[in-house]
Design a protein around this ligand. Structure first.
Ligand SMILES: *[C@@H]1O[C@H](CO)[C@@H](O)[C@H](O)[C@H]1NC(C)=O
Ligand SMILES: *[C@@H]1O[C@H](CO)[C@@H](O)[C@H](O)[C@H]1NC(C)=O
Ligand SMILES: [Cu+2]
Length: 227
C-alpha cells in the first residue's frame, strides 16, 4: 500500500510554463490525489477444511475459507496477484465491479482471459471508479467459486459520507453452500450423467453451517442484530 507519489521531478521541469504548472497543481487537488494503490497476493491452493464433522481438501485463497476480505476506498487502484498452486485452471472475478477500460481484469475464463494454469500467475489491475458498497470476488472457472470467494468492501472516499446514516458497526455477511463431496466432483458427475448437480448439504453464513448442524464453530457465528 503506497500513497500516490507526487510528480516532483516532473513539476520542476514544468516550472517555466505557468499554465502547465497550474494544471499540475489543480490536478493534485482533485480527490483522486487521495487514492491509494493497494497490492494483494492471493495464493490459490488446496487446503483441508472441516465442516459437518468431515475434513475435505478444497481449493481456497491463502488457506482461508471464506477467502480474505478486500477493504478499500472508492478511487483506489488495486493490484491482486493470483498465484495458482491448485491443480485446476482458475480465474478470479470482481463481482459487480464496473471495469472501466480494464475489461481484461474482469475474470470470466475464456471470455476476458485464458485461465491461469496450474503453476501460473496473473495480476489483476483495476481502479475502482464511482462505486461504493460491499461486493464479492469469486473464482470464475468451473465450480471453484464454491470455496474460492470473499468480500470486497468499497468505502466512500475518505471524508465522503455514506449515502445513508452511518452504521453503528459493520461486518460482512457471506452466504455459501457446502457439499460433503469435492464440488468439482459434484459438477463432473452431473456432466457425465446429464442430471442436475447434487444439491448442497448445507448453507453457510460466514463459512459456518450454524448451531442446528454438528461441528459448527461458535466463534465467527455470533452476530447480534439490533433494529
Ligand atoms: C485450461 O486452460 C488451457 C489454456 O487456456 C486450456 O487449453 C485447457 O482446455 C483448460 N483446461 C480445462 C480443464 O479447462
Ligand atoms: C449425488 O447423490 C447421489 C444420491 O444421494 C449419491 O449416490 C452420489 O454419490 C452423489 N454424488 C456426488 C458427486 O456427491
Ligand atoms: Cu460473479
Amino acid at each position: 500500500m503506497a500513497g500516490m507519489a507526487r510528480p516532483a521531478g516532473l513539476s520542476m521541469k514544468l516550472c517555466s510554463c505557468a499554465a502547465l504548472l497550474l494544471l499540475v497543481v489543480s490536478c493534485s487537488l482533485l480527490p483522486s490525489a487521495l487514492a491509494e494503490k493497494r497490492f494483494y497476493e492471493f495464493v490459490v491452493k488446496e487446503t483441508p477444511v472441516k465442516r459437518l464433522c468431515m475434513t475435505q481438501h478444497v481449493i481456497t485463497v491463502n488457506d482461508m475459507f471464506p477467502g480474505p476480505t478486500i477493504e478499500v476506498y472508492n478511487g483506489d487502484t488495486l493490484a491482486i496477484k493470483a498465484i495458482n498452486h491448485a491443480q485446476y485452471n482458475v480465474t478470479l472475478h470482481w463481482h459487480g465491479l464496473r471495469q472501466m477500460r480494464n475489461g481484461w481484469a474482469d475474470g470470466p475464463e475464456f471470455v476476458t482471459q485464458c485461465p491461469i494454469p496450474p503453476g501460473g500467475s496473473y495480476t489483476y489491475r483495476f481502479t475502482i471508479q464511482n462505486q461504493e458498497g460491499t461486493l464479492w470476488w469469486h473464482a470464475h472457472s468451473s465450480w471453484l467459486r464454491a470455496t474460492v470467494h470473499g468480500a470486497l468492501i468499497i468505502h466512500p472516499k475518505p471524508g465522503v459520507p455514506y449515502p445513508y446514516p452511518k452504521p453503528h458497526s459493520e461486518f460482512p455477511v457471506i452466504l455459501a453452500e457446502w457439499w460433503k463431496r469435492d464440488p468439482i466432483a459434484v459438477l463432473r458427475q452431473s456432466r457425465i450423467t446429464g442430471a442436475p448437480p447434487n444439491i448442497s448439504d448445507t448453507f453457510m453464513i460466514n463459512g459456518q453451517p450454524g448451531d442446528f448442524l454438528p461441528c459448527s464453530s461458535q466463534s465467527d457465528n455470533d452476530l447480534h442484530i439490533m433494529m
